[in-house]
Design a protein. Structure first.
Length: 478
């Protein structure tokens, strides 16, 4: 700890200009009125600090928060942990394949549960001999759900959604809490486009298809909105698609993840010729102790879930993972944030942190550049966890997020990072990650740039271009 703290104590005695020396280009944002916190240092003996700008300043990390969620999840469960989703019943199955009682899907908090998993459950049910259910189809979200919304985006998504990132949360949610529709050109120009479910020919919710097919080469412009009226979801589609256009997929948050799961599961049961006599329902209660398991599926290992969550910055997956950290049933997002904060107390040299969610979608999250680098160093020092952690970060050269492909070959090839973006109420652009110097030494960096009322807009090139220049100089010099 003394070797870790000594360089920071010495830096505190330097004048402000020396503080920003390693981040000469990034410091220009501070001169323009943006709030900037930055730190870059090596991880070998001595922990040489290569550059800082107000490293202890508390700022919004946006989706860089997901690094905390990934680290806490690995610490709690380990890379090979799997979440289990079950079909259970307290009823009786007779010799004719009739289940006399309710069929209950017990949500296991799997953040990556998809329709293929539900199909596997249905096939196991058939193998168990079930052909008819004389009871209800109940979705049990006793672990958490419906989770009270705490952000404007998610609260608005209860009535209308034009995106997937604001998906509401449940321990029994499927397909990341979103509906998916695929739009294809019609047979000829001026005909209506085709709109189908991404998971089959028949849409699972009503569609209002106002999309027209244009001549080949014409511009494709499509609007997709999920609206909820009278307790039911529907997708409203409008716009144009060119005759030679590839199919377009649109994901839109559902208004009720448990109801979405019930709708999809019932459709799959019907396809398998298993009839459900009763209604659909959701429950916040755990299945009774006498209930027995009829079918069960396990999630992908945690290390694979984290890869998807971090690579695509999936808010639903991150918040579901954080909610799983809460021991008590009916967990809330504030409780999930408290669980992450408790984990952060174990990170050497981190300092103060405020976390209201595991996704960073909440605007009240606060950490510092020093906190981010302390977290990254702590994971680097855990050889059993580090490979699963670092695998979720992106290399600018080939990461799925194309906007990070800035800078030169050094930045592309020798840096791995996680980004965070918010646009309301102020612009937030945050980055944290690892780098390798020319001589093969490992380093960590954290950068937080927050706008103010007087600096409301900030594009990614304004942050990534100077950051790439600064990091490349550090890497080349060592």
């Amino acid at each position: 700890m003394s070797r870790r703290l000594m360089p920071l104590l010495l830096i505190a005695l330097l004048p402000l200009g020396a503080h920003a020396e390693g981040f000469a280009r990034l410091a220009e944002l501070a001169e323009r009125g943006f709030l900037v916190g930055a730190e870059a240092r090596l991880l070998d003996e001595g922990g040489e600090v290569l550059g800082v700008i107000e490293p202890h300043r508390p700022l919004s990390p946006a989706s860089v928060t997901k690094l905390y969620t990934a680290a806490a999840a690995l610490e709690r469960w380990g890379p090979q942990h799997r979440f289990t989703t079950r079909l259970v019943t307290a009823g009786r199955l007779d010799g004719q394949g009739v289940l006399h009682g309710d069929l209950v899907l017990e949500g296991g908090g799997d953040p990556g549960l998809v329709d293929e998993d539900l199909w596997r459950l249905v096939q196991q049910l058939r193998q168990h001999g079930v052909r008819r259910v004389e009871g209800r189809l109940i979705i049990s979200q006793w672990r958490f759900g419906p989770v009270t919304c705490t952000t404007t985006d998610r609260c608005q998504a209860r009535a209308r959604a034009g995106n997937a990132y604001s998906a509401l949360l449940s321990s029994a949610g499927v397909n990341h809490g979103s509906w998916c529709v695929k739009v294809l050109p019609g047979p000829r120009a001026s005909s209506s486009a085709r709109a189908v479910s991404c998971h089959g020919e028949t849409p699972l919710i009503p569609l209002e298809n106002g999309i027209n097919t244009l001549l080949a080469g014409e511009p494709t412009r499509i609007s997709a909105q999920r609206v909820t009226e009278g307790g039911g979801d529907r997708l409203v589609l409008d716009g144009d698609i060119a005759l030679n256009s590839a199919p377009r997929e649109f994901y839109r948050a559902s208004s009720d993840p448990a109801r979405q799961t019930a709708t999809l599961l019932q459709s799959l049961l019907e396809q398998a010729n298993i009839a459900i006599v009763g209604d659909q329902a959701s429950s916040g209660e755990a299945p009774p102790a006498r209930a027995r398991t009829l079918a069960a599926v396990e999630s992908q290992p945690l290390q694979e879930l984290l890869l998807r969550m971090l690579n695509y910055s999936n808010n639903f997956m991150a918040d579901v993972l954080a909610l799983n950290l809460v021991e008590a049933p009916q967990a809330t997002l504030p409780q999930a944030g408290e669980a992450l904060e408790r984990y952060t107390l174990t990170v050497p040299g981190h300092g103060p942190v405020t976390l209201h969610s595991g996704s960073g979608l909440t605007t009240g999250n606060r950490t510092s550049a020093t906190g981010i680098t302390a977290l990254l160093e702590a994971m680097y020092r855990r050889p059993a966890l580090f490979p699963s952690f670092v695998a979720g970060l992106q290399a600018p050269a080939n990461g799925p997020m194309r906007f990070i492909r800035r800078g030169g070959s050094t930045f592309h090839q020798q840096v791995m990072l996680k980004t965070g973006t918010l646009n309301e109420p102020v612009a937030v652009r945050a980055v944290g990650g690892y780098f390798r110097t020319r001589s093969g030494r490992w380093g960590v960096f954290g950068v937080l740039v927050n706008g103010t009322d007087r600096t409301p807009w900030l594009g990614w090139p304004q942050v990534l271009d100077p950051l790439a220049d600064d990091l490349e100089r550090m890497i080349d010099a060592h």
